[in-house]
Every structure is written in C-alpha cells, then in structure tokens.
Design a protein around this ligand. Sequence first.
Ligand SMILES: [Zn+2]
Length: 232
Amino acid sequence: MASRTMPGRATFAATWASTRSASTCCFGAPPKTLHSTISQTNSTGDGPRAEHTPRCLATFHGSVACDSWQLTWRSWAPPRVKFFLWLVSLDRCWTADRLRRHGLQHHPRCVFCDQEPETMRHLLVTCPFSRQVWHETLSWLRLACRPPDREALNDWWLHAKRETPKAMRKGLATITHLTAWLLWKHRNSCVFDGEQPSMTLLSARIREEAALWVRAGAVGLGVVLPITWDVH
Ligand SMILES: [Zn+2]
C-alpha cells in the first residue's frame, strides 16, 4: 500500500516546490498597481499587510483598477447593470466612437441629438437629451444635487453625494446606475430597432424600473422614491 502512495507524495512535493519557486519568481516583487489594487479591496482600510503571501498576491494578478468602485459597491443594482457601469468606466462599450477607432461601420452622430459624435460621455452626460433626462429624474426623486454636466459620470457622483443627505446617498448611487443603464438601452433601441428618441417614454421607463428595483430589494432607492408614486 505504501509503495502505491509514495509516487503520489513525490509528485505532490515536486509540484509544491515548483509552485513556491514560480510564485517567488513571478510575484516576489509585485508591481505598484498590484499593491494599490489590494489596498483598495482591503475592507479594513489598512492597505497591504505583511502576511500577504506571494500566492495571495497572485490572486490579484491581472486585476484592473476601477475608478468607479465606490459607486459600484455603494449602490443596489442587478449585476448586469453594475457590469455595464464598469465597462463604461473602462470605455469598453461599443459606441460609434469606439467602432470608428476599430475601423468598423458606425452611425455618424449621436442618435439622441443628431449633433455630436457619439462617445459614452456624450451619451450619458453631455448630450442635451440625456441632461434633460437626468434633470427630470433627480427632480422626480427630490434629490437637490445638480445633474451631470461635463465631468465623467463617476466624478459627478462623487461630487453629488457630498450635496446629498447621508440617508439618501444609496438611493443616489442606485438611480445613477438605473438612469445610465436605461439611457444606454434607449440608445440601443434607437440604433437597432428604429425607435425614436423620446423623453416621455424614457422617463416612464425609469419610473417603472425604479419601482421594480425597490420591490426587488433596493431599499436605498425606496427612501428617495416619492411616497405618492404608485408601486404596483
Ligand atoms: Zn447627443
């Protein structure tokens, strides 16, 4: 019996030794970006600690820093919506601008305003159509912060949450996700299904979706949702 297990132990020992060797070689001196990623994900806030072993660091190897991680973690939103905002922060959505950069067929201008080239920042922030949608949505929820203007969406949220009472901040983060997501979906309907841009239609969708999210567990959004709003 012992002679059957020995080769297995020998293989394990050899594999273990090579793993230790490889870990020390590849991750013994992790780059600064690796440390910064761990620092951001450390819930205690005390940054990388001495007990982070090479194999622990290897867990984060290849990870990508995301500026909007606070917005992602402090909101209630379905995973696909959070994933969308993460792609937005990395400029990985297939807007006309990105299609052009990759030499692919694309529509010439924003489908909402037909005035400017379509970038993600224009679609979600600077387009007159989108700005009006943000204004109506924030007014509907009685959030006193100004709508997004020219900054990146995450920068706007960081500023807006400082102007928002603490009890309403989670609702602000959630409605930021929801509005950006439905702007993108409305844009896709216009591009691919021939739908006409409609402020009335989009505002109605935002209100209906907000009610559904509250029923699904978005407690923070429920705090800012108007009491008179009929949640069926
Ligand atoms: Zn536009």
